[in-house]
Ligand binder design. Structure first.
Ligand SMILES: *Cc1c(COP(=O)(O)O)cnc(C)c1O
Length: 379
């Protein structure tokens, strides 16, 4: 018999989700909006310390609403991390605005605030400031938000932190995304906690969340009939999915503990091999270690990431390359890209591999993955 596939990051239910879903059925709120959505927003706000939260159909929708609220216009510039998932920047293009990509640094693999500063200073000289900056918290590691805010605040540029992968991550005691003008979270099926599909927009700015809430419901004005003075979207989270989210939120700390344990497990089993290193953790931060990412230097290790991925695939184990940088994506050909002496994101893409990190995986699975990788190493 074939061993069941070991997925990169499958959903892992905590136990109480079905009970919450049952309650939602009993109340017959089989709809977007409803008591589960309200409770999920309240509980997410308590968990993150970000006062205003809006549950939505996706993280991408959350970023879109933040951009729409600030009145972004066609031709406006938005600076964003290059090393990210495309959902981070597609909302910029929905509004006809133009993304400019910023490389990452070695310490965190996230947007380098020094490069952002250079890009913004060049924009000042040209007379076209970016309307927003969207840094990503990559693989659950918070970006250097204080460093980014220091640059952006000087010019009054709002920061939308893409914390889609970073639910539960903290830096200097603050939750990922907290302190940015807006923070975006995702509960897609492969994230650290999931509602099968969903997202959250969170902010200290109540006016943003109030307006985004209206925009997410077809921008209906308060009137007994359907009255519309602006165009909105249908972006709300369903009450059923919010019920799943409430169950998941209860086990978030367990999930982070296990993800971090899996990361340490890989490091212990593989760290002695030549040419293998792991994603660093920025000082003062607790990454949620959503995915364990290893770097493989082919010259020192004896095989490259593709060979490793193929060897794992042959054993029915899913692994993936690190996100392909946005400035290398055909859809963004010709867009500006800011880097230092070397494009760090390009090396991370060439040498990085995301290893199975699902919290339900057993230590035996970890052993199996590591044995396959060890067999490829130079000796
Ligand atoms: C998952 C993800 C998104 C998009 O979230 P969805 O809920 O799938 O729309 C955005 N940015 C990053 C970095 C992500 O990993």
């Amino acid at each position: 018999m074939k061993t069941p596939r070991l997925f990169l990051s499958p959903p892992h239910m905590g136990g109480r989700e079905q009970e919450f879903v049952r309650q939602a059925f009993e109340s017959n709120y089989i709809a977007p909006l409803g008591p589960m959505v309200d409770a999920f927003e309240r509980e997410f706000s308590a968990a993150t310390g970000i006062p205003h939260c809006l549950a939505l159909s996706s993280g991408t929708a959350a970023t879109h609403l933040a951009l729409r609220h600030m009145g972004i216009r066609p031709g406006d510039v938005v600076m964003a991390s290059t090393l990210t998932f495309i959902g981070s920047v597609t909302p910029v293009t929905f509004e006809g605005a133009v993304p400019v990509f910023i490389d990452c640094d070695e310490a965190s693999w996230n947007m380098d605030p020094a490069l952002l500063e250079q890009a913004i200073e060049a924009a000042v000289r040209r007379g076209q400031l970016p309307r927003a900056v969207i840094p990503t918290d990559l693989y659950g590691q918070p970006c250097d938000l204080p460093g980014i805010l220091a640059v952006c605040d000087r010019h009054g540029i709002p920061v939308i932190c893409d914390s889609a992968e970073a639910v539960g991550a903290r830096c200097q005691g603050r939750h990922a995304g907290s302190g940015a003008w807006a923070a975006v979270f995702s509960f897609n099926g492969n994230k650290i906690i999931t509602t099968s599909g969903g997202g959250m927009l969170a902010s200290h700015d109540g006016a943003l969340i109030d307006h985004a809430r209206k925009l997410s419901q077809q921008a209906r004005d308060p009137a007994p009939w359907y009255e519309h003075t602006e165009i909105g979207f249908n972006y709300r989270m369903s009450n059923i999915l919010a019920a799943i989210g409430r169950g998941q939120l209860e086990v978030l700390e367990d999930r982070i503990r296990r993800r971090r344990e899996i990361f340490e497990g890989y490091r212990q089993r593989l760290g002695d091999l030549p040419g293998i290193s792991f994603m660093p953790e920025a000082a003062g931060c607790r990454s949620n270690r959503w995915l364990t990412v290893a770097l493989i230097d082919p010259a020192a290790f004896g095989a490259d990431t593709h060979a490793v991925r193929e060897a794992l695939e042959a054993e029915n184990i899913e692994a993936r390359p690190v996100w392909k940088p946005m400035h290398l994506q055909p859809v963004f050909r010709g867009r500006d890209f800011w880097k230092g002496r070397e494009a760090v994101s390009e090396r991370l893409f060439a040498q990085g591999i995301c290893l199975p990190s699902g919290t339900a995986m057993a230590d035996g699975d970890l052993d199996r993955v590591c044995q396959i990788i060890r067999r490829l190493a130079k000796r």
